[in-house]
Design a protein around this ligand. Structure first.
Ligand code: F3S
Length: 239
């Protein structure tokens, strides 16, 4: 494939020097399979070493490089330039989250909400001598929701989060759902305190933005509906 070029427009803001943000344009030589993250590295190494962005695994596993690319939240390492089907790519930080510098946002409020649902197995009985056993059928219930990589793409895309900073948001609710359907977990009542509230489960307006942007194709809305059903059963004493 002959080398061609494309334009990368990058959001810039340095709180130590700037009073407002701007977009800087860079011409990047395009090669086959090039991702937005690789294009950002090209800019960092060849054009402007002051550019700030987050990354770690480069393989869509760590969730660090989530950003707003051509109008949608995506992982930069997972987004091939050619698949954008555009002559230029505009890259900005995840919307709504407080900005630190350029493409780097403050994730503390997101992590705090993830923490509120206690995203780990809770057990009250004496643990088995070896591992907890789980049947293939029980494990299958987790299939659709174990892949969350805490990238915050869904959280940042949810209009309810934008308007209500107290809303737990889709990622934390998916995490609560993930453990509530795990046969090994006994923390349903503890998690209910965080999720069965006005700022939890019942605040979701079924907007589906979260589902559209999830790089792992998790259906957050379906998970929230499942958690609602189980919560109502608990309230009615059916479970
Ligand atoms: Fe927000 Fe997703 Fe609900 S976008 S309103 S959490 S369906």
């Amino acid at each position: 494939m002959p080398e061609s070029q494309f334009t990368l427009k990058v959001f810039r803001f340095d709180p130590d020097m700037d009073t407002t943000h701007r977009y800087d344009s860079f011409t990047v030589p395009l090669r086959e399979g090039m991702t937005v993250l690789e294009a950002l590295f090209y800019v960092l190494e060849e054009k402007d070493p002051s550019l700030a962005f987050r990354y770690a695994c480069r393989g869509a596993v760590c969730g660090s490089c989530a950003m707003h690319i051509n109008g949608s939240n995506r992982l930069a390492c997972q987004t091939q330039i050619v698949n954008l089907k555009a002559t230029e790519a505009q890259v900005s930080p995840l919307p709504y989250l407080p900005l630190i510098k350029d493409l780097v946002v403050e994730m503390a409020s997101f992590y705090q909400k993830m923490d509120e649902v206690q995203p780990y197995l809770i057990t009250h009985k004496t643990p088995p001598e070896k591992e907890y056993l789980q049947s293939p059928r029980e494990r299958k219930k987790l299939d659709s929701v174990t892949d969350c990589i805490w990238c915050a793409a869904c959280y940042s895309a949810c209009p309810v989060v934008w308007g209500d900073p107290e809303y737990l948001g889709p990622a934390a609710l998916v995490k609560a759902h993930r453990f509530s359907v795990d046969s090994r977990d006994q923390g349903g009542m503890e998690r209910l305190k965080a999720t069965d509230s006005e700022e939890g489960l019942w605040r979701c307006h079924t907007v589906f933005n979260c589902v559209e942007v999830c790089p792992k194709e998790i259906n957050q809305t379906e998970a929230i509906e499942g958690l609602r059903r189980r919560t109502l059963k608990r309230r009615l004493g059916w479970k």
